[in-house]
Design a protein around this ligand. Structure first.
Ligand code: PGA
Length: 256
């Protein structure tokens, strides 16, 4: 695992965007796995800036999103489909036919999830998967107890996640209880996993994911078994890491 600690949120966004920009530059048809939530918003703003100011060309990229609420149509302003178009896709030159976001209104969820897995496989693999981390340690909606070998499927959200999400809905009853999510096993097949975390509120779970045991109770800990996982954290999110100084040392002494 490569742990990169930056001073603040802006700095982690610049670092992550630069990494993605280089990938897109070297492989215009790159397959990107994308995430929603408040964490990647700054990264998306920076990618939009690189497109507008520096002409970064997204016309050939392919994207797969991690998850979507069941029961929310793409037009709902809290659907992840809406989020992605509003916060990224409408502002860059992505080809809409190359965008994949799970369909929360699919009739046969199991068949749909199988199709989504096959669709990823048709592209070979995801080159880079962007991830956030939930306060319960989840990546995508792989809640505590999710199999570390899980594939795209329906997941019942935990009470904690429902509560975390409630701020986006008018009433508690409206908060979705189910989601379609890529599994931990699906995510682990990405060539590179790039997890971003910021703020003190994530410090405890970030430390568990990086330095605790690999456990289905903190599905982000599965990244310890990934051969190329990069975690970009701000100082606050990194503040409970035992090896904080070492990670900084490694970054500052990177071989040329
Ligand atoms: P957040 O969510 O970025 O809004 O903190 C992260 C997640 O639940 O994966």
């Amino acid at each position: 695992m490569e742990v990169i600690i930056k001073s603040d949120y802006d700095a982690i966004n610049r670092e992550a965007a630069q990494y993605i920009a280089e990938l897109v530059y070297h492989k215009p048809t790159v397959v990107l796995g994308l995430a929603t939530g408040s964490t990647p918003l700054g990264l998306y703003r920076e990618l939009i800036r690189l497109h507008k100011d520096e002409g970064l060309d997204f016309s050939k990229i392919v994207t797969f999103n991690l998850d979507e609420y069941i029961g929310l149509p793409a037009t709902h302003d809290q659907s992840y489909n809406f989020f992605m178009w509003d916060n990224l896709f409408n502002h860059i030159n992505v080809n809409p036919t190359n965008v994949h976001i799970p369909n929360g209104m699919a009739g046969d969820i199991d068949a749909y999830c199988e199709w989504y897995e096959n669709e990823i496989e048709a592209y070979g693999h995801i080159d880079l998967q962007v991830l956030g981390i939930g306060s319960d340690g989840h990546i995508a909606f792989n809640e505590p107890g999710s199999s570390l070998g899980s594939r795209t499927r329906l997941k019942t959200l935990t009470k904690q996640t429902v509560e975390d999400n409630a701020r986006f809905f008018d009433t508690p009853e409206e908060v979705p209880r189910y989601a379609i999510t890529m599994g931990v096993g699906t995510i682990m097949e990405a060539r590179t996993c790039l997890l971003l975390a910021n703020g003190e509120g994530k410090a405890k779970v970030v430390a568990e994911a990086i330095e605790g045991p690999v456990t289905a109770m903190v599905t982000a800990s599965a990244l310890q078994l990934h051969q190329d996982s990069i975690l970009i954290l701000d100082d606050a999110a990194a503040s409970k890491l035992k090896q904080y100084d070492y990670y900084k040392w490694v970054y500052d002494n990177k071989p040329e």
